[in-house]
Design a binder for this molecule. Structure first.
Ligand code: DI6
Ligand code: FE
Length: 395
């Protein structure tokens, strides 16, 4: 299949956007067979079926590299209480906060977790998402952590989307337990069990005063390493505990949030090739005022990704297009950095080398947009110009 009469934002690293005008893409058996200016299309690829894109823009399929789309219930009531003046402590006493999501997730069957996640997944698909990361971390017991990951795997069988799972057992300390015994008695055994069942693509943690210390995360990362699994980390979201440097020490795929990261953290991440995953939805929802050090990431050459962090507490957001707009408006990321952040660099944050760029040999995951120029994707607010999505070569 030949797609022709298109602008192609290849995102291959050549500025701006790796843009090709009057371009063509050849889809071959689930892969991109060829991409470039139509006038240079080899003769032998010119016959066969073709589709005129009418000058539309083609980008790589979008990649949401940090989500918690699988979870029980929601926290809208808590949102309402906060706007009526309730404090965090009052909400916690009323059974709110992360513990309420843990309770609702534990109470949900695998089918219920899947059916409540699917509308969120569908919203992402409707914006051109073709690869989605999904974390566990609202079970905090062995059975529920496994059930969340099974639900995440099931989503990839029910929808035309690729799912990467991250085991986030070290997300919060369950009520009535201390953090060290939780790590030893639940988090590590659950990781081994989930890995044995083939449910884990990467291991994540939340390194924060309200969650786990660097020493505790180190134990989780050591276990991941012994199982041969890559790591990533929620780091420096609310304070600087050295999580980004710890992640870099373990050669992490990514460190995520990073509002309180500094120049040294950026240097360590650059040296380790660790991607900075920027999550403006959580910054916005929490009304955070400290922005992540985008300039330091630029200066040190740290690749930046953008994601929704879709979760019921701090980022009930299911739009990567909105994440792009927020990245630009709140953090002054350029529209090109925003698009690289949900394509090339998001793939890297997941350790995937076969996507996020339009080039021969990459997976044929594409988004086709009714826009003239790629900057429009970050510029608009609440408008979805997706025309068609191509997943594994299928339109
Ligand atoms: N960082 C966050 O902002 C969320 N988790 C995390 O690691 C909060 C999760 C929640 O409130 O449900
Ligand atoms: Fe998160």
């Amino acid at each position: 299949m030949l797609l022709k009469n298109a602008s192609i934002a290849t995102m291959d690293g050549s500025a701006p956007y790796g843009l090709i005008r009057d371009g063509a893409v050849v889809l071959q058996g689930g892969q991109i067979g060829w991409a470039g200016p139509l006038e240079t299309l080899p003769q032998d690829l010119q016959d066969g079926e073709s589709l005129d894109l009418g000058g539309r823009l083609v980008t790589p399929g979008l990649i949401d590299c940090h989500t918690h789309v699988v979870h029980g219930g929601n926290r809208a009531r808590e949102f309402e209480m906060r706007l009526q003046g309730a404090s965090y402590a009052e909400i916690a006493r009323a059974g709110g906060g992360i513990v309420s999501t843990v309770a609702q997730t534990r109470a949900a069957t695998e089918d219920a977790l899947i059916s409540t996640a699917l509308p969120r997944v569908d919203a992402l698909i409707a914006e051109g998402v073709t690869t989605l990361e999904i974390k566990s971390g609202y079970g905090l017991d062995i059975e529920t952590e496994l059930r969340m990951l099974r639900a995440a795997r099931a989503i990839a069988r029910l929808r035309p989307i690729h799912v990467q799972t991250s085991y986030l057992g070290a997300h919060a300390v369950p009520a009535g337990m201390d953090a060290d015994s939780y790590i030893a008695d639940i988090c590590l055994p659950a990781l081994r069990a989930a890995h044995a069942e083939g449910l884990v693509d990467a291991v994540d943690g939340f390194c924060e005063g309200i969650a786990f210390s660097p020493a505790q995360i180190r134990r989780v990362f050591a276990q991941a390493r012994s199982l041969g699994l890559p790591v990533k980390l929620h780091a420096e979201q609310l304070s600087n505990l050295g999580g980004a440097r710890l992640a870099a020490e373990f050669g992490a795929l990514s460190a995520d949030h990073l509002e309180y990261a500094g120049d040294d953290d950026a240097a360590a991440m650059a040296a380790a090739g660790t991607v900075a995953v920027i999550l403006p939805g959580a910054f916005y929802t929490l009304r955070e005022t400290q922005a992540p050090p985008i300039d330091a990431f630029r200066r040190h050459g740290v690749p930046m990704a953008l994601a929704t962090d879709c979760n019921p507490g701090s980022s009930p957001m299911t739009s990567l297009l909105l994440a792009m707009n927020m990245g630009a408006t709140l953090f002054r990321m350029t529209p090109e950095e925003c698009l690289a952040g949900i394509t090339r660099n998001a793939a890297r944050a997941l350790g995937l080398r076969d996507r996020g760029i339009i080039m021969a040999g990459a997976r044929a995951d594409l988004a086709i947009w009714d826009v003239e120029h790629p900057s429009e994707l970050a510029y608009r607010i609440g408008f979805n110009p997706l025309w068609k999505r191509v997943f594994g070569g299928k339109l």
